[in-house]
Write a protein that binds this ligand. Structure first.
Ligand SMILES: NC(=O)c1ccc[n+]([C@@H]2O[C@H](COP(=O)([O-])OP(=O)(O)OC[C@H]3O[C@@H](n4cnc5c(N)ncnc54)[C@H](O)[C@@H]3O)[C@@H](O)[C@H]2O)c1
Ligand SMILES: [Zn+2]
Length: 388
């Protein structure tokens, strides 16, 4: 059957305001009461003040919920939900990295479904939802996904609903200027993982591939510059756009087993999401690359990025080298062992990680459906490197 026989859907939803000064957009609506969902880091780094200064200047009232923690838990979302139910804001602003934006999304999701138990849909008014990402990053500002952690079972819970898609995304490079170098590296590698996985996924399409390729190109051009000089706002603006584009790409194209393994590894050892992806990704590219169709897609991606395949090598091998080099240049460990995970600890968690990764929704769109034994072989390399 030709692909043209299937009707598919692609949409870019949020209005995107970008560039230095874009933050002032939040004052351009006649909001009466705003709720800001954020974390303590945003208070400490003065980013919350940048937002409240704009609201104060416009005389807009606001309430701040700043209890979000990295990898937000169901308990944090529950707490945020009571704030929203009491405050009844006409706009909700998520200020922070993926953790704050995902928390705000989950709050909207549960708030809406809670109200649905008592009222008809026509009586439920969703607050206008603005996402201000402070990392470049998850791309959460343009996706309908949120990841919440069930701390009791060390498991990440993915939520998907168009309800959670922001109405507006504001990309102001000033908001990511204060990100420390290590977090810049990790979150930037998350962008690269979104770009590469969505390009080769089984749900990739002409629209998503276009965004994936541009995002990957921008990461190789700008991420190291951001890592070296946190005040290089041109490079930071470029990474913000890459992050947003990669988000648009995977929202439609899906992801793959780098994310499946990274979700389980991140939950097991509390390794930041981007860092887990950076460690896992090259081994997954090598695994997928043995498949003819995936190999072809990796070579098309390199071509779209204006890159050549290394002499005497394949496209996946070229990507593996490029990813290892980029990671090493930013002091990212190349294996879990290098990250400091003990062998006994790894062996103890291996089965749990594999089971969770096999069941992860991202596995369904990986270009190759792995058996648990194959995924185990990939995971062993993620732990100990190519010679483990
Ligand atoms: N919804 C999606 O589509 C999606 C996609 C990928 C990942 N995620 C989720 O996003 C979360 C990770 O988000 P993240 O990587 O953006 O990190 P994060 O939001 O967890 O933030 C990490 C740390 O960086 C700090 N920080 C953030 N911005 C800063 C800034 N400008 N200056 C100084 N410090 C700053 C935060 O205060 C926090 O302590 C994970 O829970 C992951 O599962 C969601
Ligand atoms: Zn990710």
């Amino acid at each position: 059957m030709s692909k043209m026989d299937t009707v598919r859907f692609f949409q870019v939803k949020p209005a995107i305001h970008y560039g230095i000064g874009a933050i002032s957009e939040i004052g351009e609506n006649n909001f009466e009461r705003v709720c800001i969902v954020t974390d303590e880091g945003m208070v400490k780094f003065g980013l919350l003040k940048m937002v409240t200064d704009v609201l104060d200047a416009k005389g807009i009232k606001y309430h701040v919920f700043s209890d979000v923690e990295p990898d937000p838990s169901t308990e944090i979302v529950e707490k945020g939900l009571t704030h929203i139910l009491m405050e009844k804001p006409d706009a909700l602003i998520a200020l922070g990295g993926g953790s704050s934006i995902d928390s705000a999304k989950a709050i909207i999701y549960y708030c809406y479904h809670f109200k649905e138990m008592f009222f008809g849909k026509e009586y439920i008014k969703k607050p206008y939802f603005i996402a201000l990402p402070t990392t470049a990053g998850t791309g959460s500002e343009v996706t309908e996904y949120a990841v919440i952690t069930d701390k009791k079972n060390n498991t990440k819970i993915p939520l998907t609903d168009t309800l959670m898609m922001p109405d507006a995304a504001i990309l102001d490079p000033k908001l990511i200027e204060s990100v420390p170098a290590g977090a810049t590296a990790a979150t930037g590698m998350d962008v690269l993982t979104h770009a590469i996985e969505s390009y080769v996924s089984t749900s990739n399409n002409p629209f998503s591939r276009c965004y994936s390729a541009k995002a990957a190109e921008l990461v190789f051009k700008s991420l190291y510059k951001c890592y070296k000089d946190g005040h290089d706002l041109e490079a930071k603006a470029s990474m913000q756009i890459a992050s947003c584009m990669a988000g648009i790409a995977f929202n439609s194209g899906g992801l793959g087993i780098t994310h499946s393994l990274a979700h389980a590894i991140g939950a097991q050892w509390h390794i930041p999401h981007g860092l887990a992806n950076a460690i896992v990704m090259p081994y997954v590219v090598a695994f997928n690359g043995r498949n003819e169709r995936a190999d072809y897609l990796y070579s098309r991606l390199l071509h779209s990025m204006g890159r050549l395949i290394d002499d005497g090598k394949t496209a996946p091998e070229t990507f593996v080298r490029m990813i290892f080099e980029l990671s090493a240049s930013m002091n990212i460990p190349l294996t879990l062992k290098e990250k400091g995970i003990e062998a006994a600890d790894y062996q103890g968690a291996r089965d749990t990680i594999l089971k969770k990764a096999m069941a992860d929704v991202c596995t369904t769109t990986n270009p190759v459906q792995p058996t648990i034994e194959e995924l185990g072989a990939v995971l062993d390399m993620v732990y100990g490197g190519c010679h483990s």
